[in-house]
Design a protein around this ligand. Structure first.
Ligand code: PMT
Length: 401
């Protein structure tokens, strides 16, 4: 059953971005009904949003009786979620004052659905203590806010007030719909994809990782309420909505990105295929065939997981083991040597497992000695089961602290 989203649009210069949001939500198979305040129609026409949402757009509370049956009461009842994007300062203040003199405010007052507000305004207006007091009040009565971004604003100033990115807003909508919020507010760092170890400006050493496993974990963790940082090598994948992407190339860059954030996270899940070796010499110029040596001298790259294991405090540490033989022995060795809480072992030579495919065939090994062998599952399902285990371990760790 598709979810119904009421997309409220208010009088902000960012109102034009409602078109992209409506389009993204329709593509995710949400039923989108748009309600505009009269001020919003000065920035974007109802016809534009009607064409994108494929539903009549509502503006006037007292429109002709023919449309009354889908007025604020029935829209409020049908909504699975109300998203106000952009939410202007005036609209936020009127909502906090309990005003219901326009269709959008009346619908919000009547609905029992989750209400998400994405403010967009001049930075000085957003920082105004009167508005901030209204936001605190609305949060206190259960309204959720998607913080505006900091950057160059339409009025030419630079500050916090720019409407959050479509990815962040859609991620928040997706999160609000997921019933399971067992990772709410947990900070989880996921690594994904290959690393690239350069030989010269043209050539590098890498591997077949597509990033699908790590991206599935990041998306699922975000859907379940976690604040997710995804440190990713080069892939062809779009970052999951709502996830904070940190793109890297080399093992050294991944090491720095992960270690630099280690103290601020509750769990690290290392699905990335990090190169173990890199060329000892990196040429600044393209190596010519004539001088190309048949022997390539290699050196070790930083062992990120090993470092994390040695410097672990309260974090939950999950590693992967990509093997082609002696799966359980090799994975068990990593579990112990790197002080892991859990290792996900996959034999890359088995059908449906490992690089590039949408499925994986994994065995979970716990520091407790427990082993769980899973059948071939989608990487999304593997991510769900893995995160069930991570959530449980985080809970146990939290009780110890
Ligand atoms: O990306 P996909 O196409 O979806 O493929 C998924 C996958 C096969 C990449 C994934 O399931 C997987 O197995 N990832 C781990 C790959 C890997 O590098 O395994 P490893 O056994 O070589 O390394 C063991 C662990 O140490 C891994 O968690 C790895 O991230 C980590 N490591 C390795 C080397 C290094 N220098 N630093 C590390 O942190």
């Amino acid at each position: 059953m598709s979810k119904t989203v009421i997309l409220g649009v208010t009088g902000s210069i960012a109102a034009y971005k409602a078109a992209e949001l409506a389009s993204l939500m329709v593509k995710r198979n949400y039923v989108v009904h748009v309600i505009m305040t009269p001020a919003a129609t000065r920035f974007i026409t109802p016809l534009t949003l009607q064409a994108i949402s494929q539903n009549p757009v509502h503006v006037d509370m007292f429109a002709s009786p023919g449309s009354w049956e889908i007025g604020h009461i029935s829209l409020a009842a049908r909504a699975d979620l109300v998203l106000v994007a952009p939410a202007s300062a005036d609209f936020i203040a009127r909502l906090a004052a309990g005003m219901a003199d326009d269709l959008l405010a009346a619908t919000i007052m009547a609905t029992k659905a989750t209400v998400l507000l994405a403010p967009a305004m001049n930075d000085g207006m957003y920082a105004n203590p009167v508005l901030q007091e209204k936001i605190v009040y609305l949060k206190g009565v259960g309204y959720r806010f998607i913080e505006p971004e900091t950057g160059r604003l339409a009025c030419g100033t630079v500050g916090q007030g720019r409407l959050a990115s479509p990815e962040a807003i859609i991620g928040a909508v997706s999160q609000a719909f997921s019933s399971n919020q067992d990772l709410a507010d947990k900070r989880i760092l996921v690594t994904a994809g290959p690393t690239r170890e350069p030989l010269d400006p043209v050539r590098y050493l890498s591997n077949y990782s597509s990033g699908k496993m790590g991206y599935a974990i990041a998306e699922e963790a975000c859907r379940r309420g976690a604040r997710v940082t995804l440190v990713s090598g080069p892939t062809q994948l779009a970052p999951p909505p709502g996830v904070s992407l940190v793109p890297v190339e080399t093992a050294q860059e991944m090491f720095e990105a992960v270690v630099g954030r280690y103290d601020q996270v509750d769990a690290v899940i290392k699905a990335a295929a990090v190169a173990d070796f890199r060329p000892r010499q990196k040429s600044e110029q393209k190596l010519k065939k004539q001088v190309f040596s048949p022997v390539l001298e290699l050196e070790r790259t930083p062992d990120i997981l090993g470092y994390l294991g040695e410097h672990k405090s309260r974090q939950v540490l999950v590693g992967f083991a990509a093997e082609t033989e002696n799966l359980l022995e090799n994975a068990g060795g990593k579990l112990r040597q790197k002080n892991l809480d859990l290792v996900v072992a996959n034999n890359l030579t088995e059908p449906g497992a490992g690089f590039g495919v949408d499925t994986n065939l994994v065995t979970l090994l716990y520091s407790s000695g427990e082993t769980v062998k899973l059948p071939v599952l989608s990487k999304k399902e593997v991510a769900g089961i893995l995160l069930d285990k991570v959530a449980a371990i985080i809970q146990v760790q939290a009780k110890k602290v």
